[in-house]
Design a protein around this ligand. Structure first.
Ligand code: FAD
Ligand code: EPU
Length: 364
């Protein structure tokens, strides 16, 4: 029989489940994360806890108060694992967002409010709204991951960012053990950015998100490729816009079920218009878009492509042959392989264009 550890000894993570079982009966030790990240990288988490309800979060908070060793462990809040790079085993506690449920909460002449639990699949929510003729999210069709992660980087695609239809969210503060709500202004959304990447990182677990969808829907076809795809239809429906977005995505982006990836690996860099204009002199084909704040956004995929990386590989990590901004797992890649490739790309782009690429996914 294993003796109880003396009180001044911090229990090792593998002992924690036994000690905490009354408070956290679903806590699991030594849990493989390979199928829980779309890169398909193998990594073991010391502890894994599924979160299905607010009651689960309250039990977790009680356990954190009761066990300082558990409270000191690093935490990873996990959704669909589609924006993560696991760089090694995770010696901490994985909190997996597994809640479900979508509901229509209010409707007036102007708008409909729809609330979804954090664990709902993002595309499941988009499909749910479109089935009920509630437009707004169609340009964001087929983005992998969960509803709860969507505000973290303010997901965006084909001319629309999530913040446009965001109303409010509920989150659980792991330090204080309370629920709180944040409106759009409080979330400080930016391009692939929000307050959750800064002040609230690893402390606030998003529980549900409410979206506001207009009653008088208009298609948003400002993204040139989408407009071209729908040019043959005079007045496309929201379902037709969604289908066109899905077709473009399936043509350009690898399906994580077939080839491991995390979508765009780098953000499109924002530079001053002066720097952009100087680059244009040397590289007249440079792709950029003026931003409302006076900066210019460069197409990182084009920069990487120009450096000759498209379709190339470094060991088991590679650059997707149809989209240079997407790094892929060619089979058995570890986090270190992906990092090595990412660093080589960053160095080439910096040397050739003087532009520093910043990764989009979270590194764990
Ligand atoms: P995870 O990868 O599990 O987590 C991402 C971050 O969110 C982590 O920091 C995590 O701790 C945090 N987090 C997750 N859930 C919660 C929660 N409930 N509370 C608090 N924090 C939480 N993104 C775009 O913006 N636009 C695209 O067009 C796009 N296309 C993609 C295409 C492919 C093929 C892939 C693989 C990815 C793509 N992405 C895109 C990136 C990704 O889909 C999004 O970032 C998505 O929102 C991540 O959701 P997730 O549930 O998988 O989050
Ligand atoms: N391009 C190239 N070579 C490449 C890749 C792209 O020349 O290998 C050029 C394209 O021809 C195009 C431009 O770069 O003129 C932009 O490419 P694309 O339209 O494919 O979009 P992106 O800028 O690479 C961004 C988002 C995607 C989002 C799409 C559609 C970022 C970091 N990425 O990609 O989001 O789906 O626009 O809106 O902002 C993600 O965040 O994971 C993601 C996939």
């Amino acid at each position: 029989m294993t003796p109880n550890p003396p009180p001044n000894v911090i229990p090792t993570p593998t002992l924690l489940p036994t000690l905490l079982s009354p408070l956290l009966p679903t806590l699991l030790p030594n849990f493989s994360l390979r199928t829980l990240n779309t890169f398909g990288i193998e990594a073991i988490a010391d502890l894994y806890l599924p979160l299905r309800s607010v009651a689960d979060l309250q039990s977790l908070h009680a356990a954190l108060l009761a066990d300082p060793a558990l409270a000191r462990l690093p935490r990873l809040i996990l959704g669909g694992g589609s924006n993560l790079v696991l760089t090694g085993d995770f010696h901490g506690l994985v909190l997996h967002s597994c809640s479900s449920g979508i509901e229509l909460v209010a409707q007036d002449d102007e708008r409909t409010l729809v609330r979804a639990a954090a664990g709902v699949g993002w595309h499941e929510l988009v499909s749910w709204t479109l089935q009920r003729e509630l437009g707004g999210l169609e340009n964001l069709s087929l983005i992998p991951g969960t509803v709860g992660a969507a505000p973290i980087q303010n997901i965006g695609a084909y001319g629309v960012e999530m913040e446009r239809h965001f109303h409010a969210l509920t989150a659980f503060d792991l330090e204080r053990g309370i629920l709180f709500t944040l409106d759009r202004a409080a979330c400080r959304f930016g391009y692939r950015d929000s307050i959750f990447k800064h002040d609230w990182r690893d402390r606030a677990v998003i529980v549900d998100v409410t979206f506001t969808l207009p009653r008088r829907w208009q298609p948003d076809l400002r993204y040139a490729e989408l407009a071209t795809a729908l040019a043959h239809i005079a007045a496309p429906t929201m379902q037709q816009v969604s289908a066109a977005v899905i077709a473009i995505r399936q043509r350009k982006l690898p399906d994580p079920a077939v080839i491991g990836n995390a979508g765009s690996f780098f953000k499109n860099p924002l530079v001053s218009r002066v720097q952009r204009d100087a680059l244009l002199v040397q590289h007249p084909a440079l792709i950029s878009h003026d931003q409302p704040d006076g900066s210019a956004k460069l197409a990182a995929g084009w920069l990487i492509d120009q450096c000759g990386w498209k379709g190339r590989a470094l060991g088991p990590a590679g650059v997707y042959h149809k989209q240079a901004l997407v790094l892929v797992n060619l089979g058995g890649a570890r986090g270190a392989d992906v990092l090595q490739l990412a660093r080589a790309i960053q160095a080439d782009v910096l040397q050739r264009f003087g532009v520093q690429l910043e990764p989009e996914p979270t590194f764990i």
